[in-house]
Each structure stands twice: as structure tokens, then as C-alpha cells.
Write a protein that binds this ligand. Structure first.
Ligand code: KG4
Ligand code: ZN
Length: 325
């Protein structure tokens, strides 16, 4: 069974072909154009998706030697994300589904992240916990069974990845901020600055206070320090941002008694987070690096699971920028 997965929820255009749940070929185009603006410009993102989606789909069909008529179903992200970006992928999928007379499957981007570690590793049998830390979300989710989710905690303000992006911009580094901060942090002293660990209580997260604390510290530095202390700021910020994820994860494990944890989303690429996970008394999984950030393989992978359960979408399915679990 061949499924085509499409991801256009933000600034990555992704297409993938999976055969019986296994990757045949996939392509991702990360829109570099946004870096000069320090964040994603929605209008530009959707135009880039329009330009890339059809040629990329043709390319993966050619590379895989699969004829367009050989596709059995098409899975696509319908939310959450940027409305105009979502619409590009969703309408493309609907068109293909109609023309080829094959089912199309609407995929929740958050749910796709949850299962992304299992693209290449043995899947946990529920219940398990999922820490989803990306540019738009920071949540701890209890997966009771496939399709049955309990959000135990969420961010009250910025998402963890968003905090990396904002701090990166503040100290003059590039976008996306996560990889930039991580790279600079390697050269810095994580104890150089004493930023506060956010503690909004329970299993919720908060990153705006930490971000503001970095801002005030940075503003007090003299111009020379703003240059030679970049690595120390990056390392000190990263330490606290990651620590707050670990603290909440430990708390969720204690509260639920569940020690199987799937960690996903862009922040799961972070090597300090992975190191701190190793120290936990948990059976944990993270995605392969290439599946941490937004990608189409996770969409096709979840789409295949839904397809097997007969969960096909109607053409009336609408893009939902605020879709939750
Ligand atoms: O999952 P993702 O690609 O997109 C959303 O669904 O939001 O996550 C992107 C986010 C960005 O905010 C980026 O800065 C962050 O993930 N990120 C990282 C790292 N790589 C990406 N954050 C911390 N450390 C990293 N190595
Ligand atoms: Zn994502």
C-alpha cells in the first residue's frame, strides 16, 4: 500500500512516499527566505509552498519509480499551523485524491509529532507519556491509546522552541534559534548567568519570564560583552530551558507512574535534552534527527495508521490553524 504524505503547516514543504509504513523516498524543503526576517512570514511561506509542492511531488515519484496512479492514498496535515500554508497542502491533497479517486486522510500535526519517534523504533504500547516541544507547542500528553489523548500540561505563554527563537534573535543569532543557540552553547559556560527556572506550577510550562530575564541581562551588558558573552548567554539560557522540560517530565512520571516517554518536536533535536533524558529513570525515545523538525514522513506514517483503521476524511474537511489533540 503506497501512501503519499504532505506537510505544509509552516515553513517546511515536505512530501514523502511510504510503502506499507516504510519510507520509500522523502523530500523536505526548508524555506530559508524567512531567516532575514527573524521569523516566519506567513504570506511568503504559502507562496513558497505553492511553488515547491508540485515539482517536489513529481521528483519523489520519479525517484521512486512509482507512477502517480500507483498511489493508494494521500495523507495531509490539516492543522494546526498557518492557515494559508495549510490550505496549500490540503487543497493539493484533495485535488489529487479527487483526480485519482483515492482516499485522502487528514492528519493532526501534533499527533504526527507524537508518533514520529516510532518511524524508526519499536512503538510503545500505551499508556505512555509524550513530551512535545516545538516552535508552536510545549505539552505533556498522556497517550491512553491510539487516538485517546489527555493533555496534562501546556505552556501558558511561549513554546520552548519559540523561546529559543526569540532569545536567538535578541542576542543577534539566526533563525531558527534552536540549532543556533545549541551551537553557540557548546562554547559557553552554562553557569555564567543565573537565569530563573520557570515554575508556573503543576505540569504547565512558561517561557516568557525566562526570555525577559535574558533580555534584561543582555541590556545591562556593555557593547563588548554583548559580543564575547554570546556563548555564555546561549549556554545559560539553554540549560534552564531544557531543565524546565526535564522537571515537568519527572513530575508527570511521578504523578502517573508511567515511565515510557516519547519526546518529539523540533526541540527534541537538542543534544543537552537528549543527555538529560539519559539520566532519567525512564524508557524514552526520540525521533531520528531528520524527523524532529516538521517533515512529511511523520504525516504519511500517521496517515497510514489512520488508513488501516478506515479513518478517511471527507472533502468538506477544513484547514484548522488552532487544531488541538
Ligand atoms: O517541530 P518544529 O519543526 O515546528 C513546529 O511544529 O513548531 O519545531 C521548530 C522549533 C523551532 O522553534 C526551533 O528553534 C526548535 O524547534 N529547534 C530547537 C533545536 N532544533 C530546532 N530547539 C532547541 N534545540 C535544537 N537543537
Ligand atoms: Zn511541528
Amino acid at each position: 500500500m503506497i501512501i503519499l504524505g504532505i506537510e505544509t503547516s509552516c515553513d517546511e514543504t515536505g512530501v514523502a512516499l511510504l510503502e506499507d509504513g516504510k519510507i520509500v523516498v522523502d523530500k523536505i524543503y526548508s524555506q530559508k527566505v524567512h531567516s532575514k526576517f527573524g521569523g516566519v512570514v506567513p504570506e511568503i511561506a504559502s507562496r513558497e509552498h505553492i511553488q515547491k509542492l508540485l515539482p517536489m511531488t513529481k521528483e519523489i515519484l520519479k525517484e521512486s519509480h512509482i507512477a502517480v496512479g500507483g498511489i493508494d492514498a494521500v495523507a495531509v496535515t490539516y492543522g494546526p499551523g498557518l492557515l494559508c500554508s495549510l490550505l496549500v497542502g490540503l487543497n493539493f491533497a484533495k485535488g489529487l485524491s479527487y483526480a485519482l479517486d483515492i482516499p485522502f486522510i487528514g492528519v493532526n500535526h501534533l499527533e504526527a509529532h507524537i508518533y514520529s519517534p516510532f518511524i524508526t523504533t519499536q512503538e510503545f504500547i500505551p499508556p505512555f507519556l509524550s513530551l512535545l516541544a516545538s516552535g508552536g507547542h510545549t505539552q505533556i500528553i498522556k497517550v491512553n491509546e491510539f487516538g485517546d489523548y489527555e493533555v496534562l500540561g501546556s505552556t501558558l505563554d511561549d513554546a520552548c522552541g519559540e523561546a529559543f527563537d526569540k532569545v536567538s534573535k535578541l542576542i543577534g543569532l539566526g533563525y531558527p534559534g534552536g540549532p543556533e543557540i545549541e551551537r553557540w552553547a557548546k562554547e559557553g559556560n552554562p553557569d555564567a548567568f543565573d537565569f530563573p527556572i520557570p515554575e508556573p506550577g503543576g505540569l504547565d510550562f512558561s517561557y516568557s519570564g525566562l526570555k525577559t530575564s535574558v533580555l534584561y541581562t543582555y541590556q545591562k551588558l556593555i557593547p563588548e560583552e554583548r559580543i564575547y558573552k554570546i556563548a555564555d548567554i546561549a549556554a545559560s539560557f539553554q540549560k534552564i530551558a531544557i531543565e524546565s522540560l526535564i522537571i515537568k517530565l519527572k513530575r508527570a512520571m511521578n504523578q502517573t507512574g508511567i515511565h515510557c516517554v516519547s519526546v518529539s518536536g523540533g526541540v527534541s533535536a537538542n543534544s543537552l535534552l537528549r543527555k538529560r533524558l539519559e539520566e532519567l529513570d525512564a524508557n524514552w525515545v526520540v525521533p531520528e534527527q531528520e524527523f524532529t523538525m516538521d517533515n512529511s514522513v511523520m504525516v504519511a506514517f500517521l496517515g497510514y495508521k489512520l488508513y488501516k483503521l478506515g479513518k478517511k476524511a471527507e472533502f468538506t474537511l477544513r484547514a484548522d490553524p488552532r487544531l488541538s489533540l
